[in-house]
Design a binder for this molecule. Structure first.
Ligand code: HEC
Length: 251
């Protein structure tokens, strides 16, 4: 096998091993990192293959003859046409204007208002607490009952968007952008205080602040459909079921 072919096969194999998830890397690596690794592979393979004088000649000889040998004129002309076209295509593809609409930048957790009106009164967020939270330690059976009722409320009202596993993958989720939030994991309700979550449940997408929009949120305002008590129970349930703890002020 000509050395140049061997060389190409080795580089292609290294490329595939770096690209296929699970061989070296469990996740795709950035193109810039990939090109650095490939550069190392090219240099190392070239060094290994040209270490002896014979190896170097075997490597360079076919390339030199392609350009010097009169009988290889046709092959030479093909290479001289294809290489510039390929280079031009790569440059064009990198610079080609993109007509996709710009992504809408949206903050996931907007700053809450200091106070909001729901259930016919003004509610201050700073002093709002979950009426069931204290019973978690003081009266566990009362707490469990609230969680169970919260589960029922969840599966009657929320699961078709937020998912039966609370993972944001409900039946409607695919049709909604922004997607319903998953409650599992550490980047949604685990980052929030219960008062904030209660505000989001009560006021939904329509209650989001004007700044930072367009929110385009399909999250309903539940103050119209759930009582205050039911809203707290469902909030208690989504924390309990996902094993998340609400954030609270450091004591
Ligand atoms: C029609 C679909 C839909 C239903 C039904 C729905 N939600 Fe949502 N919900 C959303 C979407 C979409 C978002 C993300 C956009 C946003 O933050 O408003 C969201 C966001 C939220 C958030 C904000 C979480 C965060 O990390 O900021 C909470 C809390 C929430 N929903 C709770 C509920 C509860 C509790 C119910 C049931 C009482 C419910 N949702 C029912 C669509 C829905």
């Amino acid at each position: 096998m000509p050395r140049i072919v061997k060389f190409s096969l080795i580089i292609i194999a290294v490329y595939c091993l770096l690209k296929i998830p699970g061989v070296f890397f469990t996740r795709p690596i950035p193109a810039s990192v990939l090109s650095v690794y490939l550069l190392f592979a090219v240099v190392a393979t070239l060094l290994a293959m040209t270490a002896t004088g014979e190896g170097a000649t075997g490597f360079i000889e076919p390339i030199a003859s392609l350009f010097a040998d009169p009988s290889k004129r046709a092959a030479r002309n093909i290479v001289l046409v294809i290489v510039p076209i390929a280079a031009a295509w790569i440059a064009y593809a990198a610079l080609r204007p993109d007509d996709a609409p710009p992504p809408i930048v949206r903050s996931i957790h907007p700053a809450p208002p200091a106070a909001f009106t729901a259930y016919g009164r003004t509610i201050e967020l700073a002093s709002l607490t979950n009426p069931y939270r204290a019973s978690e330690k003081e009266n566990p059976s009362q707490f469990r009952a609230a969680v169970d009722e919260g589960a029922e409320i969840y599966f009657k009202n929320c699961f078709y968007c937020h998912g039966a596993k609370l993972d944001g993958a409900g039946h409607y989720a695919r049709g909604l952008s922004p997607s319903p939030v998953p409650f599992r994991g550490t980047d949604t309700i685990a980052q929030l205080q219960e008062s904030y979550v209660f505000w989001r449940v009560a006021k939904g997408g329509p209650g989001l602040p004007r700044e930072g929009g367009p929110w385009l949120s399909a999250m309903p305002a539940w103050e119209d459909a759930l009582t205050e008590d039911e809203a707290w129970k469902v909030v208690t349930f989504i924390y309990d079921y996902t094993g998340n703890r609400p954030r609270s002020w450091a004591k």
